[in-house]
Design a protein around this ligand. Structure first.
Ligand code: AMP
Length: 276
């Protein structure tokens, strides 16, 4: 396994390699969700291809005062996971390696980013698009894998790739969950035992909504809100029904409607979604 830490090395490596390279961008603290992405990357790259995992806690996508400094960075454990999964290359730059002082150029998607997480985390998707565009340039993959747990991020990356002509296939990976339904997330480790015990209410509410007979979005959202409210430690950030492709609100449930929620437990914000 090769480990590169500078942009110059990454550029040089990209120029040299001719095999199919597939990238899995992450912020580290790797869990079984990330592992499933790495395995999809291997399947797409083939035995002679190259699986690249980037591990970078991207300061640009954290709002001021959020969890950037305390975000977990278990470098040794992450290295072990990558080795065990047969990852060929890990790109793990420091923040000052990725962002020169006085940087003033960003990539901003201006439609899909407006609602949902973009509404409650201004600047977040500008940070995501900027770093993903940089990783695409630096590592020049033929394909990249993104999780459906971050459905809005996946839609925005697809849009950016289309709009900016990146010659990169985007592969969507299904959400991996704990046995009780909670979507795996590096942030789950922030939850205290009481919060952890109540967090599966998110998935339970989404599944109940997916089974519901109602056709009016407002009724479904009301159902989701009251279900989540039965967990005393939960505080809903948003619960919205949007079209899965344009991420615009839907008054009625129609094919490819997406129910997406963000819920705080204490300071920890968890997201999940289901196609209705
Ligand atoms: P993160 O390290 O949280 O930025 O996530 C890196 C990638 O892993 C993103 O494409 C996420 O959507 C994906 N991911 C995170 N959690 C899960 C999960 N539980 N199941 C599948 N993919 C996930």
């Amino acid at each position: 396994m090769i480990i590169l830490t500078t942009t110059a090395e990454a550029h040089e490596h990209s120029r040299r390699r001719a095999c199919k390279r597939v990238l899995v961008p992450t912020m580290g603290a790797l869990h079984a969700g990330h592992v499933s992405l790495i395995q999809l990357a291997r399947a797409s790259a083939g035995v002679n291809g190259e699986v690249v995992v980037s591990i970078f806690v991207n300061p640009l996508q954290f709002e001021p005062g959020s969890d950037y400094t305390r975000y977990p960075r278990p470098a040794a454990a992450d290295g072990k996971v990558c080795r065990a999964e047969g990852v060929d290359l890990v790109f793990q730059p420091a923040a000052n390696e990725m962002y020169a002082p006085g940087r003033s150029t960003f990539v901003k998607e201006t439609s899909l980013s407006e609602r949902l997480c973009g509404g409650s985390r201004p600047g977040h998707f500008r940070g995501v698009c900027t770093v993903v565009a940089k990783l695409f340039h630096l590592l020049a993959p033929a394909a990249a894998v993104f999780g459906e747990k971050d459905f809005q991020q996946l839609a925005i990356v697809r849009r950016m790739v289309r709009d900016l002509d990146f010659p990169i296939e985007i592969i969507a990976a299904p959400t991996i969950r704990e046995p009780d339904g909670l979507a795996l997330s590096s942030r789950n480790q922030y939850l205290n035992p009481q919060e952890r015990a109540q967090a599966p209410i998110i998935r339970a509410a989404l599944l109940e909504a997916a089974r519901a007979e109602e056709k009016l979005s407002a009724e479904i959202i009301e159902r989701v809100r009251s279900k989540i409210a039965t967990a005393p430690l939960a505080r809903i950030d948003y619960a919205e029904i949007v079209g899965a492709d344009d991420l615009q609100p839907r008054l009625m449930i129609e094919p490819r409607s997406l129910l997406a929620v963000a819920v705080f437990f204490g300071k920890t914000r968890l997201i999940d979604n289901v196609l209705l």
